[in-house]
Design a protein around this ligand. Structure first.
Ligand SMILES: [Zn+2]
Ligand SMILES: [Zn+2]
Length: 125
């Protein structure tokens, strides 16, 4: 088999695996996922397996450093994993936080009472 073809296949597998991981994580964080999913294709500029791995390692480092930090939680509507600071689910577009109608603070979806002013007067959606 042609060594260039083997190299191409390895690059393709590396780009797809990295792109898939970044797509899932960036989508859940609502963070430029289209751009970050395409970026692993830069692996094709590498001239061998070592330089391909270095490109992807660098890309992953930059991604992990610049992505919005914080844990993921399940969306109360579609149950997909989403970044906990988001007010709207990036998948089903539903609101995942309530608003207190008295002090206008954002309140967790599961809460029945505002943690700031103890009011039970929260928005339904
Ligand atoms: Zn959702
Ligand atoms: Zn309140």
């Amino acid at each position: 088999m042609n060594p260039n073809l083997i190299n191409l296949i390895i690059n393709l597998v590396l780009a797809v695996v990295t792109g898939f991981f970044i797509y899932k994580d960036a989508r859940a964080r609502d963070f430029n996922w289209l751009m970050w999913t395409i970026l692993p294709a830069t692996v094709f500029f590498g001239s061998g397996i070592v330089s391909s791995l270095l490109i992807l390692l660098l890309l992953m480092g930059v991604y992990l450093f610049s992505r919005p930090k914080g844990p993921l939680t399940a969306c109360p509507h579609c149950k997909k994993r989403i970044h906990s600071i988001l007010a709207f689910c990036p998948f089903c577009r539903n609101s995942v936080k309530r608003e207190c109608l008295r002090c206008h603070e954002t309140v967790d979806w599961e809460a029945t009472r505002c943690p700031h002013c103890r009011s039970t007067n929260l928005t339904d959606s």
